[in-house]
Design a protein around this ligand. Structure first.
Ligand SMILES: [Ca+2]
Length: 254
């Protein structure tokens, strides 16, 4: 009887750790969208929720232009949100991934970034492929990316030659769906993202799993920013002929 109870408890625990696809139908854009008579390859196809047809010309995928040395695709989560992992469904042209079709070579070497702005200097790297080959890269690919940010950026380039074996000569996005799993609000997975980050977390941001703040507002410290810093106030007075000036200096020791 005790054994049966344990199984039931674990099932409940696993169900609690579910996240929403917070990129679904959010605004997306990309560098160098390709336009051909085959159809549209708009960036929005990578967050439209459709991934049943992985032919890049099937209307469910995005494709960047031919002949470029870099490719960038991004989705705007419309707020700083906590991310747990990202799932990428790459175009296969509906051939078996294991048959090593042409699209596979454009996937290699890609990077994923998270950022609060669209400025490249602010991008925070969460994954860079330096080790996958045509024989080893999976599709779909699930990547742990426990960061907070507003923008998720998929980036690749072909600027450093000679390229590793198996890499395409040009950089492409061939993305059928990018799913970003996390919490919709400034919360974490205490119970299906229902537990709010501590009010002293900087910008309301905390780790998606354990609620650890990703920074503290001024005057607080600790993993959940609930410990006040030691503050020393120094007041300096200057006496003039008709006025008294006072300067206050705050020394905060965290
Ligand atoms: Ca899609």
């Amino acid at each position: 009887m005790r054994f049966i109870f344990l199984i039931y408890f674990l099932k409940l625990f696993n169900e609690a750790r579910t996240y929403e696809n917070i990129a679904l139908n959010k605004p997306a854009s990309q560098q160098y969208t390709q336009y051909t008579f085959y159809g549209t390859f708009d960036a929005a196809h990578a967050v439209d929720g459709y991934k049943s047809n992985l032919d890049v010309e099937g209307g469910q995928c995005t494709l960047s232009d031919y002949g470029r040395s870099s490719s960038k695709w991004q989705v705007d989560l419309e707020g700083v949100l906590s991310i747990d992992h990202i799932s990428i469904h790459y175009a296969t042209n509906n051939t078996l991934w294991d048959t090593k079709g042409d699209t596979l070579s454009t996937f290699l070497g890609f990077s994923l970034y998270v950022s609060n702005t669209t400025t490249k200097e602010d991008w925070v790297l969460c994954f860079k492929d330096t080790f996958y080959t045509r024989d080893t890269i999976p599709n779909p690919l699930n990547i742990s990316c426990r960061l907070s940010g507003r923008y998720v950026i998929y980036y690749n380039n072909r600027t450093h030659f000679p390229l590793p074996a198996g890499y395409s000569y040009y950089a492409f996005n061939e993305l059928c769906e990018v799913e970003v799993y996390g919490c919709l609000n400034a919360s974490y997975d205490g119970d299906n993202c229902s537990t709010s980050c501590h009010q002293n977390c900087l910008d309301g941001r905390c780790d998606v799993m354990d609620g650890t703040c990703l920074g503290c507002i001024q005057g607080y410290t600790g993993s959940t920013c609930d410990t006040g810093c030691n503050t020393i106030v120094i007041m300096i007075y200057f006496y003039g002929k008709h006025n008294v000036f006072m300067y206050m200096i705050y020394l905060i020791n965290c």
